[in-house]
Ligand binder design. Structure first.
Ligand SMILES: Nc1ncnc2c1ncn2[C@@H]1O[C@H](COP(=O)(O)OP(=O)(O)OP(=O)(O)O)[C@@H](O)[C@H]1O
Ligand SMILES: [Mg+2]
Length: 706
């Protein structure tokens, strides 16, 4: 990595380390809630009766309930800061870990039962043996977790004097998520920014006559979350810009990739994807652009390297006179760099004069209140009693629309004077002195505190994806389900709507200004705003680890991590020794279809979500004929496997022992056969084989799956 990247990484690690000790505990309440619910179900289930664990489970449920009752006391005290606060933070972290362990043991118990029931006579010996072993090991494991939670309980009660309280805010919460209709342009429309929008449009329309340059670049500069993208979207959706022959949106983001940018533009112009090498792409672009007056939005440009920017301009210089490019960026030096170079000096393609740059400032408090109102109240709700406090809260949004939206959404469910006063008076000190936009993060954290507790885990889990990652809505819901965060698809959809309402998620493209209702027939994609990703990463800091296979320094510190991303894997099996034993989800990025070692998963028996998807990196030939590591069969708890694009020809023998499997994505694989035994996966409810064209025979009994 270059210097800039290294600095960013160093900063990030420091930040993470700090964040980990300070705030990793805020998620404890959500974990507790999930596990108490689960214990209730278990106590009533047949499994516990059969294995004579009912007493134990009931006892655990009682202890966990007692613990849950004192959580908000611990939470309040932990936020006092200083050494006093840290004691409580540590306790919350211990509680969280113990709760996770409880869940793991119960899940294992359940999985054993499922497997035993499904064993055929052929493997009877094996299964008997297995059962015998379980009879010895499971009671031991049960005892261990019971001791752990007892200890946590004792410490909380005796040493820390925690007192039971009603969970904050939950008491006065309205149950239904208010009907925020995404796509209803009125409710989620842009507020303010009229002047800036008109200015951009007049710049777009006048450049043809004034003729200072052939193609003008209009920079929109401002802090993250201030509304640059939203503003650009609203310009693109305005009727007045229909004078352009073509309007194209390109997400540039941190990784500057000229080929990708060119490809995205060409794709829009030709309405199809074609795979071209670089020189062909340039030729095609030249041909397509030459006859048109274009408007291109380059959203989120970070590249500051003059040479790279010059090549970008070269690529785009062929449009007709009067073509325009809107560039949104957080960085002023990007704009400065765009002014330099040959093409800019020639006035072929150049930013508008300094005075015409759109420098986006914070929103007025009145506009923030408007945003909050849109979300917090229905059209004929009476808000007289709350208006005053609401305006005070609006004043604390720091002029960031992102914060106003997030608060507005959580406030909509807590519509009492007391609850709003609480929100107004909540202060968060993340202690991240070096973090960029620390204040914005602290304000966002307030909305996290008050968000619906049942969706907190869903939200923080999304930090396991890279920044700017385009998430597939179905896959997200399936993963949440596999991890036990939600219990139905419907809950998943509610959660996504809720997060969209908070502006914590967005539908890429122009969803926020040009209405396109969210319907689940055609699964849309979702992205998370950068700042929101930072927030989720802070909250989940001690649960997440990024393992870089090429950097052994990133391999430690992972013992208690529950989610991991593994990047840069290049055949070195060493890394698998460092995969945390209690991992629940493992995501390979850029795996490129490489063969994983046989024992890859033999150390992490609690994996529920495994993402092996990912096509080979650019320039690498796709390897052929890899096999899934046999240790995959040891993942008793696994519910979700995504192996899209992995060149496997078959599934491992005995794959059907993975009785918890719910989602199996094997699209674009090289599968030739598909074992009959797959039909014994009794919980399988989503199987994707699209694009696996080598498959010539399907098991006859596939129809038996329910
Ligand atoms: N004027 C506005 N009215 C209503 N909502 C807004 C407005 N501006 C921004 N938002 C909301 O705030 C969120 C963040 O805004 P946006 O993504 O446009 O910020 P940005 O400046 O592009 O940030 P970044 O630099 O990270 O790309 C959006 O998802 C949108 O919902
Ligand atoms: Mg943006």
């Amino acid at each position: 990595p270059d210097f800039r990247q290294r600095r960013a990484i160093a900063w990030w690690l420091r930040w993470r380390a700090m964040a980990m000790s300070e705030i990793g505990s805020v998620i404890a309440g959500a974990v507790g809630k999930q596990i108490v619910g689960m214990l209730g179900d278990y106590a009533a289930s047949e499994v516990t009766l059969q294995w004579r664990y009912r007493e134990e489970v009931l006892e655990m449920e009682e202890t966990m309930k007692d613990l849950e009752a004192v959580l908000s006391d611990a939470d309040d005290k932990s936020r006092r800061g200083g050494d006093g606060g840290r004691v409580f933070q540590r306790w919350l972290t211990k509680f969280k870990r113990a709760a996770y362990d409880v869940e793991d043991v119960l899940d294992e118990l359940d999985a054993n039962d499922l497997i035993n029931k499904s064993q055929s006579k052929v493997s009877l010996w094996f299964s008997r043996n297995n059962q015998l072993l379980q009879r010895i090991t499971m009671p031991h494991k049960m005892k261990k977790v019971m001791m752990k939670i007892d200890q946590v309980e004792k410490e909380g009660r005796r040493r820390l004097n925690l007192v039971p309280q009603q969970a904050r805010g939950e008491g006065s919460r309205n149950n239904e998520i208010p009907a925020v209709h995404y796509g209803d342009g009125v409710k989620t429309g842009m507020v303010g920014r009229g002047i800036e929008k008109d200015k951009i449009i007049s710049l777009l329309l006048t450049t043809e006559e004034t003729n200072q340059q052939d193609i003008s670049i209009i920079p929109v500069v401002g802090l993250g979350g201030i509304g640059k993208t939203t503003l650009a979207e609203s310009v693109l959706a305005d009727k007045r810009v229909s004078v352009f022959d073509v309007a194209i949106w390109v997400n540039v983001s941190k990784q500057f990739d000229l080929h990708k940018i060119g490809g995205a533009i060409l794709k829009r112009m030709m309405n199809s994807t074609i795979n071209l090498d670089n020189s062909d792409l340039q030729l095609h672009l030249k041909k397509e652009l030459a006859t048109r007056r274009y408007l291109i939005v380059l959203d989120d440009l970070w590249e500051e390297d003059g040479n790279n920017l010059e090549r970008l301009k070269e690529m785009l210089q062929h449009g007709r006179k009067g073509s325009s490019i809107i560039v949104t960026t957080r960085s002023r030096s990007v704009v400065q760099q765009l002014r330099t170079g040959f093409l800019a000096n020639q006035r072929k393609i150049c930013p508008v004069p300094e005075s015409d740059i759109i420098d986006l400032g914070v929103l007025e408090p009145g506009d923030c209140w408007e945003l909050i109102k849109q979300r917090a109240f229905g059209s004929d709700d009476d808000h007289s009693g709350l208006e005053e406090i609401g305006k005070q809260i609006a004043g604390k949004c720091g002029g960031l629309p992102l914060v106003a939206n997030a608060l507005g959404q959580v406030m909509s469910e807590l519509r009492t004077v007391g609850a709003w006063e609480d929100i107004r008076d909540t202060k968060v000190d993340l202690g991240l002195r070096e973090a960029h936009q620390e204040e914005a993060l602290e304000r966002l954290m307030v909305s996290y505190y008050y968000m619906k507790i049942e969706f907190k885990m869903c939200f923080t889990y999304l930090a396991a994806f890279p920044k700017g990652f385009v998430m597939h809505i179905n896959h997200i819901i399936q993963q949440w389900n596999a991890l036990g965060y939600i219990s139905s698809r419907h809950d998943g959809q509610r959660c996504i709507n809720y997060l969209l309402g908070m502006s914590f998620l967005r539908i890429p493209g122009s969803a926020s200004v040009s209405p396109s209702p969210l319907h689940f027939g055609v699964p849309p994609k979702l992205v998370m705003h950068d700042l929101v990703h930072d927030l989720a990463s802070i909250i989940a800091a001690d649960e997440l680890v990024d393992l870089d296979a090429t950097k052994s320094t990133s391999w430690n510190r992972a013992r208690y991590c529950r989610h991991a991303q593994l990047t840069n894997f290049k055949n070195d099996p060493e890394i698998f020794k460092y995969i945390p034993g209690k991992l629940r989800s493992l995501h390979f990025r850029d795996l490129g279809g490489l063969q994983l070692p046989k024992k890859a998963f033999s150390r992490s028996k609690f994996i529920r979500v495994l993402d092996l998807s990912g096509h080979s990196a650019k320039g690498q030939p796709a390897p052929s004929g890899v096999v899934l590591p046999s240790s995959i069969n040891q993942l008793k708890l696994i519910r979700y496997i995504d192996a899209a694009g992995l060149p496997i020809k078959s599934l491992p023998k005995n794959f059907h022992v993975l009785q918890n499997m719910e989602t199996l994505i094997l699209s674009n694989s090289m599968l030739e056969t598909f074992p009959d035994s797959i039909c014994r996966l009794s919980k399988l409810c989503y199987l994707d084989l699209s694009g696996s064209s080598s498959l010539n025979k399907m098991p006859a009994s596939l129809g038996d799956l329910t």
